[in-house]
Ligand binder design. Sequence first.
Ligand code: ATP
Length: 350
Amino acid sequence: MTSLRGEGLVRIYGGVVAVADVTFDFPEGKFVCLLGPSGCGKTTLLRLIAGLEAPTAGRILFDGVDLSRVPAHDRDIGMVFQSLALFPHLTVAENVAYPLRIRGASGTVRKARVDELLDLVKLHDVQERRIHQLSGGQRQRVAIARALAIEPALFLLDEPLSALDAMLREHMQVELRLLQQRLGITTIVVTHDQREAMTMADLVVVMNQGRILQAAPPIDIYHNPADSFVASFIGTTNLLACRRVSGDAVEMLGRRVSIPNARASGLSVGAGGMLTVRPEDVSLSPAVGEDDFEGVVEFIRDLGASVEISVAVRGQTMLSVSTPKDRPQVETGQTVGVSFNAGRAAVTPR
Ligand code: ATP
């Protein structure tokens, strides 16, 4: 199995630590999304992998080979930049053929490969056009086809869809994921959009301040976030201060509640942490039951396909989401019973 491994990677620019001691293992053929807020070091990590930056410390191994001795142009990597960097004076077909020309491929080989790639990204009909005669989505596909021309072992993309409007962006996310699955190529995409990461990735790598906070399949991160930063970055959530008071019990909102996940939280008994409760796990009822928290409905947002209801509970706002079918019969200003699925709640360090 070929895999990409980073060991103790550090990149410091002047006094700025862009990447701080990062270690990772990305298995072959996976789609990896580097996700995090602006300035967290995603692009720098991608550029280190590409060989466009040298690490201040640490090393990168590809298939067990230390890449620090391999210059960027020999790394067998295809890359798509945020700017796309297409050649405006060349046609679509010439853009895609360019890396093959540089590598000295014959005209026959080039033509066959370009045909194959244009089929792959569905651009055959526009192959004679120049870049300014293309839509945003078509340009994106040219950049993807050009990066794949050399049949790279590793495919890297830096915010590839950020210039597209919301609808096209969602469409291209699905296209990119399907393409990657068809080719089985190890792919790493930088994004700051959690929905994009959850759509495409086998493995989401959440970064903050130059560090990896968690690397796991998206749904694992959603249900078992490593800490409250990760919990709030992936999906919408309710974060409630809590304190672990025994094996699986926490104290929260003035009450002792049993949370099975508390054992795995890494919090010692007596320590304060955060309880993550996803809005779809919060239920509201018109009457306050014995085990319920008491809340007051602050706001109801009916979005057609879903209904979001904010409730004030002991000075905190909790969000509940339901389908129209399961919508609780409550009104703004009403006192309601609030409960949540403790089995699906996660306790994390703050
Ligand atoms: P964004 O989503 O905004 O692109 P990012 O997560 O990709 O952000 P990086 O571009 O990797 O973040 O930057 C990480 C940190 O390193 C930032 O504080 C940035 O200002 C700094 N940095 C990046 N490149 C350089 C450089 N060439 N010189 C100095 N500082 C840099």
